[in-house]
Ligand binder design. Sequence first.
Ligand code: C2E
Ligand code: CA
Ligand code: CA
Ligand code: CA
Length: 281
Amino acid sequence: VKLRGKNGVRLFSPELDAEWRGRQEIERHLRGALDRGEFRLHYQPQCGPGGEVVGAEALLRWTHPELGEVPPRRFVPVAEDLGLIGPLGEWVLREACRQAAAWRAGGLPLRVAVNVSPAQFAQADFPAQVRAALESAGLPGSALDLEITERLLVQDMARTAHQLALLGGWGVRISIDDFGTGHSALAYLLRLPISALKVDRGFVQELDEAGQDGVGAARVVQAVAGLAHNLGLTVVAEGVEEPWQRQRVLDLGCDYVQGYFLARPLPPAEFERWWRAHEAG
Ligand code: C2E
Ligand code: CA
Ligand code: CA
Ligand code: CA
């Protein structure tokens, strides 16, 4: 793209150009991608302190014939801007519930976690969508965990409270994703039916192997865990890549871990193989 400044001066940046073309391409191909069946879900396990698998986070994957694998951090914001996140998010919800029900029927008693965009959550019929997804899969509400962000909670408190009350009434769990990176209006933790906090992986990755307590990120993780436990919430540490990090976040008070150390997000069949090997070993 050639940008023209006030005096007709050409402002050209190769990176900006590539970024802009990338976005144009994504926009062009994203419409219709759902109908063409180009999306899939991968699943990443969440484990307790004894290694037991308690849940799986569903993560969206898009493979386009020309663009190849496009990461969600590139296309999710575009889907939000184009107003496509509603139908896409509903597909994710239905597919994740279907998969979780199939796993439960096959002896994998997992809870499935689904990421929800603020724009998707803000739809008036969002709770109805959730209910329909649960019913059509035959999945109990307690087997579903919705991951939302702090942004949503400060944006429209009244509506959010109403939607969360409905969802909570069906046993659906609500987790706050990327906790500690957004607006920390902690009052909502008391007022809303939240089940868990997910400590942002940035904090986990800043932990120091030498393990001096009281240093930066360790203090944050410990404080978040303490706060959560005082309010009766559980704490998940994400982005755990090394065995020592796993031990460290558990020592700092986290209840569950998720990260490459356990497994990368996997296609359903591989997830199942991983699970059986993990349980056997
Ligand atoms: P998130 O919800 O915070 O998801 C965690 C991201 O961290 C995932 O990236 C996951 O692959 C990655 N991750 C997991 N363990 C590790 C680790 O040990 N180390 C590192 N470095 N990374 C790890 P992914 O799949 O690329 O997703 C990125 C973001 O895209 C997600 O962040 C979420 O905000 C969004 N997203 C993904 N799927 C969906 C979806 O179905 N709906 C919506 N609205 N957003 C989604
Ligand atoms: Ca998430
Ligand atoms: Ca996160
Ligand atoms: Ca995130």
